[in-house]
Design a binder for this molecule. Structure first.
Ligand code: BT5
Length: 315
């Protein structure tokens, strides 16, 4: 942690002189100044009062590497602007970064969704990628992404009272609008994963895109106030870390009923545009492996994730 930040936070809004900071931390005044500049660059509001010192006015809501316990969130990378945190994560995955590496951007110029779709990533949103190296087969990855989305819905409901739901496979919706999405990309052999990057985009304090294939909403729009992205990320990570270890041991089964409780499509008539066929029917939930079960006029079908595009026709 930036030691100067630690010291200013401890002062609880009081002004601390540069000399006192330097002395108590055993660093030079110039080093104090450098760290103050760094804090400002990270978005913290630090005022400098001539001949008196520094005061912490506002704490940035941007996540930083200091927020996380060893393991997940280490190493931590923050980008003011990048093409996609997925690209940044892939590069680090290939060069051997450990499980838990976290990459966040304020803005992405080429954020992506599944199947090459575009993900709008304006400043104020929570756009990040988490590098994982799970000991499981690639076939189990799609349902893990379902669990990641489910954990967002559960967390938002429990901690912020937001009545979010999951839209199969990896979307988080609120009141008919898309709030967040999860993207899983990996490199693997048939039976072994080299690396898996989970990319998450949550409309937090950003303006949600107004044009697009689906209507979108942000947490700020729902709650009527800004929300701390630091709290958001730390809270979800805590939850998902546990789910990740349960999932590796026991698979999707322990999550199936929770996923069903949060599923916005259950009981609804949908049409599915699968690559080589059109399917329409009523959603009956997900099976033990997280596949979508649909009752069609020709009988029940089970659909795996990935290639399918869903469009809701009517209730
Ligand atoms: C997803 O794809 O929902 C996964 C999105 C993952 C984004 C994160 S951000 C951090 C990391 N870095 C990246 O480059 N990506 C990940 P999909 O289900 O394919 O949904 C894409 C569709 O959502 C688009 O076609 C739009 O209709 C819609 N969309 C785009 N941007 C949106 C936004 N900000 N909010 C809501 N909907 C959006």
């Amino acid at each position: 942690m930036n030691v100067v930040l630690k010291r200013l936070r401890k002062a609880e809004g009081e002004t601390v002189s540069g000399a006192a900071l330097a002395e108590s931390l055993g660093i030079s005044r110039a080093a104090v100044h450098k760290r103050i500049e760094k804090l400002r660059a990270e978005g913290h509001g630090v005022s400098g009062i001539p001949r008196r010192g520094y005061r912490l006015e506002t704490l940035s809501d941007r996540p930083s590497g200091d927020d996380f316990s060893p393991g997940w969130g280490r190493p931590f990378f923050f980008f003011e602007k990048t093409s996609s945190t997925q690209d940044e994560a892939r590069r680090r995955a290939v060069s051997g970064s450990p499980e838990g590496a976290l990459l966040i951007a304020e803005r992405q110029t080429a954020g992506r969704g599944r199947l090459g779709r575009r993900w709008e990533s304006l400043p104020g949103g929570l756009w990040f990628s988490l590098l994982l190296r799970p000991a499981m087969t690639p076939a189990r990855v799609p349902a893990l992404a379902l669990v990641a989305a489910l954990d967002w819905a559960r967390f938002l409901k429990a901690d912020f009272g937001v009545d979010a739901g999951v839209k199969w496979p990896n979307d988080v919706w609120f009141n008919g609008k898309k709030l967040a999405g999860v993207l899983a990309e990996m490199s693997s052999e048939v039976d072994r994963i080299h690396w898996l990057v989970l990319g998450v985009g949550v409309n937090a304090n950003n303006a949600p895109p107004s044009k697009g294939l689906v209507p979108a909403v942000s947490l700020r729009g729902i709650l009527g106030r800004n929300i701390s992205r630091r709290e958001l990320l730390a809270g979800w990570l805590r939850r998902f870390r546990k789910s990740y270890s349960v999932y590796q041991r026991e698979g999707f089964l322990p999550f199936r009923s929770a996923y069903t409780d949060f599923a916005v499509l259950n009981g609804r008539r949908i049409s599915l545009d699968a690559e080589s066929r059109d399917v329409s029917g009523i959603v009956r939930g997900v099976d033990d492996e997280g596949r979508l079960m649909v009752q069609t006029a020709d009988g029940p079908v089970v659909l795996a994730g990935g290639e399918i595009h869903l469009s809701v026709e009517r209730r």
